[in-house]
Ligand binder design. Sequence first.
Ligand code: NAP
Length: 484
Amino acid sequence: MQQFEQVIIGAGFSGICMGIQLRKAGFEDFVMLERDAQAGGTWFANSYPGAACDIQSHLYSFSFEPNPNWSRMFSPQPEIWAYMQHCVAKYDLQKHLRCNTTVNGARYLEESAQWEVTTASGEQFRCKQLIACMGGLSQPALPQIQGLQDFKGVMFHSAQWNHEVNLADKTVAIIGTGASAIQIVPAIANKVKQLLLFQRTPPWIMPKPDRPVSNFEKKMFALLPFTQKLMRLKLYLQNEMFAGAFVSHPAVLKYGQRLSLSYLQRKVKDEKLREALTPNYTMGCKRILFTNNYYPALQRENVSLISKAVSKLLPHAIQTADGSVHAADVIVFATGFQASEDILKFDVVGKNNRSLVAEWKNGPEAYRGTTVSGFPNLFFVIGPNTGLGHNSLILMIEAQVNYIIGALKKMKRNHWKTLEVKAEKQQHYNIRIQADLAKSVWQTGGCKSWYQNSQGKNIAIWPGYTFSFMRMMNGFDAEAYTGS
Ligand code: NAP
């Protein structure tokens, strides 16, 4: 049994930020448990060809740790992961980090007001506060396709890319046309014999304003840090403009749709292909995808877009709903993540043996996406309804982490052993969130996305501007809690 003041589960952007801010606030007795072999979370796992961020790097990085050396406006995955490793080293988190450690249970011990955390290898940890930084997109989702076990070729998920497989002389099938697929397709199209792309829903696509960051800019950012702050502010405001349209004025998105359709018109000459690539829901309902090389890649001789539902896998082929059979050597499932169902990877047992899996069976709910009534001293970073469709998630992470630090300081100052959000506060908060979401594009745009659970409830997105979330999280609101 190992004892710590805090246990952090996960060492992606959330866990790293939590670790840094704990240390800055003088909390040193904590451990970070990470499932993977290295810190980095999604940016360690997703090493597929073409992986890059679709939010600008000067904004998709910690506000307190600017990197003047980003190579591009939208940096590739290895650079983002290197930035995270730099943060782990600079803020001396390595000594707190336990990799290859998968948590598979957490139980609240009422007598001692402690959490007991169990790992897959049977290790146990006890702590005063448990901080879940597990990310919403860490469990790959494989589609329920008949014959999944029958395929004799190689198959893997985009987040578990098999770098051992040489794709050079292979027919590669990609299933899915989301944010991951549109990066993979152009990255491998000229390296494979044939590429078959299976599309169920065409996404809205906009050109990506990407470019290399010049040496002059890098020098300027290093010598005059306020210039990088200005760049960050400009990018922040640009992205933030989308929030109003997404949340309360989806009609405005018609203008965006016109731009996107005119881009499609310019880039894709074949009318049939253009028709197949034209989305049939309101822009923004699913994530808008930014890319300059997806449409050109689809028009290569060796690339085919197949817009028929995948019905079955055969030993060496994929069969579609119209009965056609498409031979393939490799299948890549770019089919997303278990974001809405099974959001908890293990059960969390709170007061009076309450099971969080059971309580969240109709969709997870928390107070400010962070705390849950009945589960004292438990905190989530990027919990329910804190995701974004328009801006950098790092903004939300930092706001939540600072709020949690406020809670921990309050507990310490008041010598409280327990801190629990009041049930009615949590309930009112979620009624308001769902009311705000009801008129948003994510609920009215005519699509089914990973933001919603099987009952159509949006459990992922923050329905507002990021500055309203940051303002709400600025300072810990002890009156919403009972502490003792
Ligand atoms: P996703 O957006 O959920 O896309 C999954 C794709 O697989 C969709 O096109 C979906 O079609 C398709 N699909 C799922 N099951 C299928 C089936 N049975 N048959 C045929 N098609 C099927 O997943 P993702 O592309 O991995 O992206 C997930 C999220 O990760 C993104 O929304 C984004 O937040 C994040 N991400 C970010 C970046 C970045 O640049 N920052 C890059 C990659 C991912 P339907 O649309 O019809 O469901």
